[in-house]
Design a binder for this molecule. Structure first.
Ligand code: AMP
Ligand code: MG
Length: 338
């Protein structure tokens, strides 16, 4: 089940005026990568930049995929305790990801792969593992065991990386930087549920980015941004049902089970896409109270939480730029302040 992505993209097209309508004054590339649909729209005469963006996404995917036998992550996961030399791209992402594991107190843990695989989320062959199977796999989940010296990575045997929670955010940062270098002043990157904006819309107004309604095909709100990433993590994005229970792909590294913290989705807004991606996953694991505490302690980003009880909780930095929408329009919006 992978609801959410297509509706979000449709909404974005309506809201941001991408593709189709803008075909004459924009260059658009589309591709399937990192297990999702991606579209990059660069406004102005920037065909070459758009093509370079596509190449960059494909190149990063081939380094970072956990299942592709030719990827650096696959090689690292199969090195059986021996050191491997990473490209500077993979090393830079992994170093940043490890910082984010640390700063989130391990709510983000890039060594979660053995558990994610046991649930079948990498192959779509879903199953509910036994409690003692999960307990044994959790012995292998600990990002502090990852050793990086320059570009040399050593993983203890049995420890395996999964950069799925951060790779799209990182890719967005890289593609946005590349487009800027190419002179693009206005672009919209739709990388699955991750949105990155370069500059403002061509007419100078803010991009209106939709937040998907976890319960349906519409959207729950709109946030207006420029030069920012907007990244959502939600249980509805990849899930399956067994015996009346829904299980999703965001795992609590303390228990090995899908994180059930009373949240339907977490959207993070900040300049750095990899941070948005890491934090949307980690705050989903933390739940609303700890997420609020984390924001008060660290700052530097904003969020939109859609709770299981139908509340919308946002941080003060986006108070003036967020509006609820559709089925959520009459819901209470709680604004967190420092
Ligand atoms: P996202 O969609 O960005 O929230 O990332 C979810 C993906 O990251 C999952 O499909 C897993 O591959 C991986 N993942 C799940 N739980 C965690 C976690 N607690 N820390 C790091 N990665 C995770
Ligand atoms: Mg993420």
């Amino acid at each position: 089940m992978r609801k959410g992505i297509i509706p979000l993209l449709l909404c974005l097209c309506l809201l941001a005026g991408c593709a189709g309508r803008a075909a004459n004054d924009a260059e658009t590339v589309e591709l399937m990568a990192m297990d999702t649909f991606m579209r990059v729209t660069a406004y102005g005469e920037h065909r070459e930049a758009a093509e370079l963006a596509k190449e960059e996404i494909t190149a990063l995917e081939s380094l970072l995929s956990v299942t592709d036998e030719g990827s650096e992550i696959y090689a690292a996961n199969h090195a059986e305790g021996k050191p491997v030399t990473l490209s500077s791209d993979t090393a830079a992402l992994l170093s940043r990801a490890l910082e984010l594991c640390e700063s989130t107190g391990g709510a983000l843990d890039v060594t979660i792969y053995p558990v994610v695989r046991a649930w079948g989320f990498t192959t779509d062959e879903f199953r509910v593992p036994e409690a003692d199977e999960l307990a044994a796999l959790l012995e292998r989940v600990d990002y502090t065991q990852v050793s990086m010296e320059g570009n040399t990575l050593t993983l203890p045997a049995g420890v395996e990386l999964d950069l799925g929670a951060v790779a799209k955010g990182w890719t967005g940062d890289r593609v946005a930087a590349l487009l800027r270098q190419q002179g693009v002043e206005s672009a919209l990157l739709e990388l699955g549920g991750n949105i990155h904006t370069v500059g403002a819309k061509p007419d100078g107004s803010l991009w209106r980015v939709a937040v998907t309604d976890p319960a349906g095909d519409g959207y729950a709100g709109v946030v207006e941004v420029a030069n920012k990433a907007v990244v959502t993590s939600g249980g509805y994005e990849r899930c399956f049902e067994r015996d009346g229970e829904t299980y999703w792909h965001i795992i609590d590294p303390d228990t090995g089970y899908p994180a059930r913290t009373g949240l339907q989705s977490v959207t993070v807004v900040a300049e750095e896409g990899v941070k948005c991606d890491a934090l949307s996953t980690a705050l989903f694991v933390m739940g609303p109270e700890k997420a609020a505490e984390f924001w008060r302690e660290t700052g530097g980003f904003d969020f939109i939480l859609l709770t299981g009880g139908g509340e919308i909780v946002i941080t003060e930095g986006i108070e003036g730029s967020f509006s609820p929408y559709g089925a959520w329009i009459d819901q209470t919006v709680i604004v967190l302040r420092r």
